[in-house]
Design a protein around this ligand. Structure first.
Ligand SMILES: [Mg+2]
Length: 214
């Protein structure tokens, strides 16, 4: 089986670590520039919880305060390197589960949207062994379908021999389902925004549940 993982809120606890740190940095930037009041920090956190991406939440808070001219700068801050000693936690038992799947002979890959250096930095900071992954793809526009197609071709896998594990139903799982791949919804962080859909094959809270299916 070829098992393709999303990164943020699937292999790593982005919502519990990187996101609050980055939102605070961006809030402080807006406050220093005199465009965001103190109350905007809590507002930004709330917005982020309801948004499909942090990018959407940043756009909305800056729009509300007439500060969209700072949007590009905010995005740059969001994907700028993390402090040297910043630790990123894995989601529960992620590394052990990957090792176990790898040990069972499954081929593992990562498809994660965003800026490549930032996404790779997060994988490394969380302590994942990169050699375990046959391929890591980082589409900057977060459009994953062409990546799934590339993986199927490259590894000569039938759609039924490929599964995608991710938290965001429209971005991670729907394109996989359209290609006939098996889909696993990780209900973590941002992934809690989406309910189970009847076409989703498995819904999990922790990656260890994958060992029952694969
Ligand atoms: Mg994700």
């Amino acid at each position: 089986m070829l098992i393709v993982f999303d990164l943020d809120d699937t292999l790593i606890d982005t919502s519990g670590s990187v996101t609050p740190f980055k939102l605070n940095l961006i809030f402080k930037m807006g406050e220093e520039r005199g465009v965001l009041p103190k109350s905007a920090e809590a507002e930004l956190i709330q917005l982020n919880q309801k948004s499909a991406s942090s990018k959407d939440a940043l756009h909305e808070i800056l729009r509300r305060y007439g500060a969209l001219h700072l949007f590009e700068e905010a995005l740059s801050l969001y994907t700028a390197p993390l402090p040297h000693d910043f630790a990123i936690p894995e989601t529960p038992d992620a590394k052990n589960v990957l090792q176990a799947l790898y040990g069972k002979g499954h081929r593992l890959a990562v498809v994660t949207g965003g800026k490549q250096p930032f996404q790779l930095e997060k994988i490394k900071k969380a302590g994942f062994e990169l050699s375990m992954f046959s391929k890591i793809m980082v589409p900057e526009d977060s459009i994953k379908k062409p990546c799934y197609e590339t993986l199927l071709n490259e590894f000569l896998a039938l759609p039924s021999q490929c599964a995608v594990v991710g938290d965001r139903v429209p971005m991670d799982l729907l394109p996989a389902h359209e290609l006939g791949l098996r889909t696993v919804h990780m209900r973590w962080g941002r992934g809690l925004l989406w309910k189970n859909e009847n076409w989703i094959d498995h819904s999990i809270r922790e990656l260890s549940e994958l060992l029952e299916y694969f």
